[in-house]
Design a protein around this ligand. Structure first.
Ligand code: WTA
Length: 655
């Protein structure tokens, strides 16, 4: 972001006090911050003790071998027991865990007792398929209760799940299955998307065919959701309703070490290959459960709804694990916000009397575009706290959200965190913080964040720099799956001398010392709150036979935050073949196939050359200027200074 943008943002002067009634009964208070700053580790120890342990831990943190942390040393526990059984044991079996709403309008409520039965059956079934503690299981599912059940069943037996977003292509699935050597894939025939069944199982077949003889997968477990014709491979594929429904609902959860691996979540890095972020059991669960309880001020009477997909970290931490560990009642919705009409979300909020609502700025901007009359048609008076995650929320979108969804009453928690951090790190607390639209503001109690300059020194108030985390935290990533060196290099080498975790985000402190996030400082784009790597999309484009070279940039986009803009150089053989429009359409489709529809470039411009420095590094900054219709900046370090003129001329022609 330009300096101009920075100062515009933090000169935002609107302020919102916590409502007095909420502050009076809030779960987290000023005292929480004080306790955490007096003794950080004792504070986290206390939060760890909210969980049920087989063997209690003897040490809160072992940081003797940084950056490899061990939290809650010596303790054993079962994550699924903590998310499910203990609520039933405590007499809350009748409480609804999940209000499922299918896109076609079907609904299903699962109580905690139901969830315990389902998770136990699924655990027995996957064990019968040969899955043991430590084995990896890939989950490729629509947003249906079985997705949550499958994750918790893996946790129950100590298997490590890797959930692959259902919108990703078979190639993306194949590379993840291969990287973590998954033994089992849990999927569905399909799900409902924009009013129609959308098949998933064929993508699994394609992925496994692609891996061929080297495929590590022994079985595929298939949930019937749509009932569409689905091919099963004899000896490999089994229906969920055959093996799970008939399994016993008795399953004794084994206790695992606090550091037992829980899941691997792949996320885009600056190089083409996605990184498998590894999270482990106790620290992850302690921080997701506690932040859920504190940030959303969760009370037993609340009905919570997070609109994320379980295929992203937000769905892991704030659908599957945090809320269930806290014994919450939540809505799980399968579909898109505008099916069958643009008021669908608000209809669900009114129907289920949702009190806590968590979504992304991109969704809010879309709703803004649709107009305030749409939410106004629904009774949203049950809402008491709103949350956002995924990117900075523009102050205008924040105020719109507060007014039109929150009725001007509800605090908004703008939660900054990452796949790597596992749980909330910087966020206002709804009963404490005077909120500033556009800023995540303050580190969560027990979290030590700083904004530092190039040399790693904290910047003063009013200055910008890099966001770092200066002390380890319970839900931190433990490594990159199979690649400790890349883990150290990516996150810990930039400020090695200080031992800081480098988040990859630019940030600024305002005059009060509050933190404003300014977006990624690397080549990772943020499209609708999804992280996409420029390199990954470039690689996909270049894998098309017509493309010689590609450069991808994230250009500001009113709705999606950033949009993918691609500049391609064609191979000579293609240049005089298919017409431009056809080829561009084909390339967009090609990216969708290689990575997934969310990675489809908004715009592809065929250019004769790309702007490169003498050392051959593409100057994406200049391309971003073009994509954002700005005057092109300083191009003096280009090897060939005429290139930008050619590109901008091409851009004019294309309009
Ligand atoms: C961005 C999503 C500003 C940030 C949980 C981060 C945010 C990346 C916010 C992580 C926020 C997330 N304000 N920026 N409240 N939340 N980000 O791994 O750039 O998908 O590094 O995790 O999203 O994205 P990820």
């Amino acid at each position: 972001m330009s300096d101009q943008g920075i100062s515009n943002l933090s000169s935002e002067e609107r302020r919102f006090e916590p409502p007095a009634d909420l502050a009076a009964t809030a779960n987290a208070t000023e005292q929480t911050y004080r306790a955490a700053s007096e003794d950080r580790l004792a504070f986290w120890g206390e939060q760890g003790r909210r969980l049920d342990w087989g063997t209690p831990f003897t040490e809160v943190l072992d940081w003797s071998n940084p950056p490899f942390a061990k939290w809650f040393v010596g303790g054993t526990l079962n994550v699924a027991h903590n998310c499910v059984d203990r609520h039933v044991d405590a007499g809350h079996g009748d409480r609804v865990a999940i209000h499922f709403v299918g896109e076609p309008g079907d609904t299903r409520d699962l109580t905690y007792a139901d969830l315990k039965d389902e998770v136990s059956k699924a655990a027995n079934a996957i064990e019968a398929l040969g899955v043991q503690a430590g084995d990896r299981v890939a989950i490729y599912m629509p947003m249906i209760p079985e997705a949550v059940v499958a994750m918790l069943a893996c946790a129950r037996v100590g298997a490590v799940h890797t959930v692959v977003f259902g919108g990703f292509s078979s190639d993306a699935l194949a590379s993840r299955v291969e990287d973590c050597e998954a033994k089992l894939v849990i999927t569905a025939d399909g799900g409902y998307r924009r009013g129609n069944p959308s098949a998933l199982k064929p993508a699994v077949d394609e992925a496994l065919a692609k891996l061929g003889d080297s495929s590590p997968v022994e079985n595929v477990l298939v949930v019937r959701r749509t009932g569409e014709d689905t091919a099963l491979t004899e000896g490999r594929d089994v229906w969920w309703h055959d093996v799970v429904d008939s399994a016993s609902a008795d399953h004794t959860p084994e206790m695992f070490d606090a550091e037992h691996p829980l899941f691997v979540m792949y996320t885009s890095g600056t190089t083409g290959k996605p990184k498998g972020i590894l999270h482990t059991s106790a620290g992850y669960l302690a921080q997701t459960a506690y932040t859920f309880w504190a940030t959303f001020d969760h009370k037993e009477s609340d009905v919570y709804w997070c609109t994320a997909d379980v295929g992203w970290i937000t769905g892991h931490s704030y659908i599957t694990y945090g809320p269930t560990a806290a014994g919450a009642t939540q809505v799980l919705y399968e579909g898109t916000p505008d099916t069958p009409h643009k008021g669908r979300w608000w209809e669900i909020v009114a129907d289920k009397k949702v009190t806590l609502f968590y979504t992304a700025p991109t969704a809010i901007r879309t709703c803004m575009k649709w107009g305030e009359q749409i939410p106004a048609e629904h009774d949203l008076s049950s809402l008491r706290i709103l949350g956002t995650v995924g990117e900075s929320i523009n102050p205008e979108a924040y105020v719109w959200y507060r007014e039109n969804i929150g009725g001007g009453r509800t605090p908004i928690v703008d939660t900054w965190w990452q796949t790597e951090t596992g749980a909330h790190m910087i966020t206002p607390l709804p009963g404490v913080t005077t909120a500033k639209p556009g800023s995540a503001q303050v580190p969560f109690p027990g979290i030590s964040a700083e904004v530092v300059d190039d040399a790693g020194n904290p910047v003063g108030d009013g200055e910008g720099g890099y966001l770092v985390i200066t002390e380890p935290w319970p839900s931190m990533l433990r490594t990159i799956w199979g690649d400790d060196d890349r883990f150290k290099e990516t996150y810990w080498s930039r400020f090695e001398a200080q031992g800081y975790y480098f988040a990859g985000d630019g940030a600024k402190k305002d005059d009060d010392g509050d933190i404003w996030l300014l977006g990624r400082v690397d080549d990772v784009m943020n499209v609708s709150g999804h992280r996409l790597s420029t390199t990954e999309i470039e690689s996909a484009l270049v894998s098309h036979p017509s493309v010689a070279e590609a450069a991808v940039v994230g250009a500001a986009d009113e709705t999606t935050g950033q949009a993918v803009c691609a500049f391609v150089i064609l191979r000579e053989s293609a240049a005089d073949g298919a017409s431009g429009d056809e080829l561009v359409a084909e390339l967009r489709q090609h990216v969708a196939k290689e990575i997934g529809p969310i990675a489809k470039p908004r715009q592809i411009l065929v250019v004769p050359e790309l702007p490169k420095t003498r050392s051959g590094k593409i100057m994406r900054r200049l391309l971003r200027d073009v994509a954002e219709n700005r005057e092109v900046g300083d191009a003096t370090t280009l090897a060939d200074s005429g290139v930008m003129d050619l590109i901008t001329a091409g851009m004019q022609d294309a309009k």
